[in-house]
Design a protein around this ligand. Structure first.
Ligand SMILES: [Zn+2]
Ligand SMILES: [Zn+2]
Length: 350
C-alpha cells in the first residue's frame, strides 16, 4: 500500500514529506487510514538522535487515531469502518510471561516500538503515525469507544497510558494524595486521570504561574518547588508523586513530600538523573520508581475510562505541514497541551 508521511531524514534536518509503502496485509493485520496523530515529546528526542542513532528516513508518531480500511482473513476483532487507535508498540513475542499477563511493554524479548525498530517478521523499519496509513497486527490495535472525540483522543495512547498505568499500579483511588511534577502533555493527563479516580491532586511546579490551568483541570492547586516554607509545610502529605519532567533533574527536594512508604514514579526523563540524597528515602521507606507506558489491555482500559469520565487531553490541532513549527515550540519547552496533527490535511501528492 502506497502512503505518504512526514519523515526526519537526519538528526538535524527538518521534517519533510516522505513517500513509502506499507506492507501487504498479513492474515492477522489491520490496515488503518490515520485521521489524527499526536505529537509526543519523545518523537522530538528520537528524531534529534538524543536517544541514539536512528534509521533515517524516520516517520515518528505513536499516538494514532484512525479508521479501519481493510483487514486480513484471520482478523476477528475489527472490521472496515471501525474507529481504532495505535499507541507506542505494534508487536511483541506474545509468548513470554509478560506478554501473557498483558504487559507487552515489558516483553522478555523486547516489544516492537511503533517507529524506528525492525519488524519482527520482515526486518524492515517500523514507521509511525505522521502518515496517512498504517498496518498493524490486530492484537496491538485499540478500540476507540463511542463518546471520545476522535480529534482529541490521540494523546491518550501515550501521555494517557503513561500516567494511567502508575496510578493503577499504586492503587490510586478515593482519598489518595497525589502530586504531579510538571504540567505539560503528561502532567495534565496525570491530573485529569487522578482526579477522576477520586484523588486529591497537587501540581508541583517551579512557580505558581500555571495555577489557574491546574485548578481548571481539577487540581487543588500548585505547590511551588521554589517556596521552601510551603514545601516544608507539605512534608509527608502525598502517597504518590508522578514525575513528568522530561529533562535531567534532582528528585531530592520532592522526596520529603511523600508519606512513609510513598513512591515517586519517573515517567518523563529517559536517561541520566542527577544524584539524589538517600536520607529522605531511608527515613521514610520512600521509593523512587519508573514506569513505561502500559500493556495493551490497560491501554484499552484508559481509553474506556476517558470515555466514561469524559476526559479529553488538551489539544491544539495543527496541519502536518506545521510540524516543524510545533517542534520549535516544543524544544523551547513548557507547553500545557498536546499538538495533534489532522492527517486529512496531508495529501497523497504532498
Ligand atoms: Zn509518547
Ligand atoms: Zn513477550
Amino acid at each position: 500500500m502506497k502512503t505518504v508521511g512526514y519523515a526526519a531524514y537526519s538528526s538535524d534536518a527538518h521534517m519533510k514529506p516522505f513517500h513509502f509503502e506499507r506492507r501487504a496485509l498479513r492474515a492477522n493485520d489491520v490496515a488503518i487510514e490515520i485521521l489524527y496523530s499526536g505529537v509526543c515529546h519523545s518523537d522530538l528526542h528520537t528524531v534529534n538522535g538524543d536517544w541514539g542513532p536512528q534509521p533515517y528516513p524516520l516517520v515518528p508518531g505513536h499516538e494514532i487515531i484512525g479508521r479501519v480500511v481493510d483487514v486480513g482473513p484471520d482478523v476477528t476483532r475489527y472490521q472496515v469502518g471501525d474507529n481504532v487507535g495505535v499507541g507506542c508498540m505494534v508487536d511483541s513475542c506474545q509468548e513470554c510471561d509478560q506478554c501473557h499477563h498483558s504487559e507487552e511493554q515489558y516483553c522478555r524479548h523486547g516489544m516492537t516500538p511503533t517507529y524506528g525498530a525492525p519488524d519482527r517478521i520482515s526486518g524492515e523499519t517500523t514507521q509511525g503515525g505522521y502518515s496517512k496509513h498504517i498496518v498493524v497486527r490486530e492484537e496491538f490495535v485499540l478500540r476507540v469507544p463511542d463518546g471520545l472525540d476522535l480529534s482529541l483522543a490521540a494523546p491518550i495512547l501515550c501521555a494517557g497510558i503513561t500516567t494511567f498505568s502508575p496510578l493503577r499500579t499504586w492503587k490510586v483511588g478515593k482519598g489518595s494524595r497525589v502530586g504531579v511534577i510538571g504540567l505539560g502533555g503528561l502532567g495534565h493527563m496525570a491530573v485529569k486521570l487522578a482526579v477522576a479516580m477520586g484523588a486529591e491532586v497537587t501540581v508541583l511546579s517551579r512557580s505558581k504561574r500555571k495555577e489557574e490551568e491546574a485548578r481548571a483541570i481539577g487540581a487543588k492547586g500548585i505547590l511551588a518547588s521554589t517556596d521552601e516554607t510551603a514545601m516544608a509545610r507539605a512534608k509527608a502529605s502525598m502517597d504518590l508523586i508522578i514525575d513528568t519532567v522530561p529533562v535531567k533533574h534532582d528528585v531530592t527536594p520532592y522526596a520529603p513530600l511523600l508519606d512513609v512508604d510513598g513512591t515517586l514514579v519517573i515517567v518523563g526523563q529517559v536517561g541520566p538523573m542527577s544524584e539524589f540524597m538517600s536520607v529522605p528515602m531511608i527515613m521514610g521507606r520512600r521509593r523512587v520508581a519508573g514506569s513505561l507506558i502500559g500493556g495493551i489491555k490497560e491501554t484499552q482500559e484508559v481509553l474506556d475510562f476517558c470515555a466514561e469520565h469524559n476526559i479529553h487531553p488538551i489539544c491544539e490541532i495543527i496541519r502536518p505541514d506545521q510540524i516543524n513549527d510545533a517542534y520549535d515550540v516544543m524544544s523551547k519547552g513548557d507547553i500545557a497541551h498536546r499538538y495533534v496533527m489532522d492527517m486529512s490535511a496531508l495529501s497523497m501528492e504532498a
